[in-house]
Design a protein around this ligand. Structure first.
Ligand SMILES: Cc1ncc(C[n+]2csc(CCOP(=O)(O)OP(=O)(O)O)c2C)c(N)n1
Length: 276
């Protein structure tokens, strides 16, 4: 168990540095949101999900939707390090015609199961994919990560009702509960709180975890997979910018570019090198 967790932590350090490099070279992007979702993405791609990077469209694969699509450098780093495409693609982030667009684009990037970026659409589509699995008697799971600010979108709650009504226990959603949205805290912007009670009221099986603790992430997924008759929501308490001292909980990093010194500091903190 400990080796497994150590490996995941090591992978997450590498992927966090990938994000810093990608955004630095692109001169644009959302590093803070990528860092808060990173440990869930690493747990899914490097321990949990049944996928085959050589067959990105394999019918029986588990599906993943990054509904908060602006955090896509984290997903791109995971897909590349998992073997879907070369890390050479990182230098093309956000460039016209390149594989790695500013938001996930399923027609362009191998391994991306849904085009996202317009907030709110991930859970509706994930629910449809999970429903399709039920109809086709397939046993793949569908995973989706939502932002806490994102769940202000009305369509999220429409799909919450749908998934409960159709007993989609093959659907596991996460809320990346970092407390922030683009400008302010979620609390300042809306009457969203309390989040847990709302999902319970919508009939979901709900768990609350530390979204940077791999034991808790893996255990919650295990429990959710075994729970029958309801879709699962895992509310993951996270830190925006997690992993870098200058970025943690500083929401100016929602969309901001690390300079040369900040890239060097990231290498110092996370290990690795500029060329790996
Ligand atoms: C429909 C829609 N409205 C607005 C935006 C612009 N936008 C991009 S990120 C963001 C904040 C999202 O906050 P949250 O879901 O909490 O994610 P975080 O970045 O804090 O992890 C907004 C409003 C968008 N992408 N889509």
């Amino acid at each position: 168990m400990n080796n497994k967790i150590d490996d995941l932590k090591k992978t997450a350090r590498q992927l966090r540095l990938d994000v810093v490099k990608m955004v630095h070279y692109a001169g644009d992007g959302h590093p803070g949101p990528a860092m808060s979702a990173m440990d869930i993405i690493v747990a899914l791609y490097f321990n949990v999900m049944k996928v085959d990077p050589n067959q990105p469209l394999w019918e029986d694969r588990d599906r993943f939707i990054l509904s908060k699509g602006h955090a896509c450098p984290a997903l791109y780093a995971a897909l590349a390090r998992r073997g879907y495409f070369s890390i050479d693609e990182f230098s093309g982030l956000r460039k016209l015609g390149c594989m790695l667009q500013g938001h996930p684009t399923m027609q362009r990037t191998p391994g991306v199961d849904m085009t996202s970026g317009s907030l709110g659409n991930g859970l509706p589509i994930a629910s449809g994919i999970a429903m399709a699995a039920k109809y086709k008697k397939k046993d793949y799971m569908t995973y989706v990560i939502l932002g806490d600010g994102e769940i202000q979108e009305g369509v999220v709650w429409e799909s919450a009702m749908f998934a409960k009504h159709h007993r989609l226990d093959n659907l596991i959603a996460f809320i990346d509960n970092n407390g922030w949205q683009s400008g302010f805290t979620v609390e300042e912007c809306s009457g969203l709180l309390p989040i847990k009670e709302k999902w319970e009221a919508f009939g979901w099986h709900v768990q609350e975890i530390d979204g940077h603790n791999y034991n808790q992430i893996l255990e919650a997924i295990d429990i959710a997979k075994k729970y029958k008759g309801k879709p699962s929501m895992i509310i993951a308490h996270t830190i925006k910018g997690k992993g870098l001292d200058y970025m943690e909980n500083d929401n100016s990093w929602h969309k901001r570019v690390p300079d040369e010194a900040q890239l060097a500091r990231a290498i110092e903190i996370l290990g690795g090198s500029i060329n790996e």
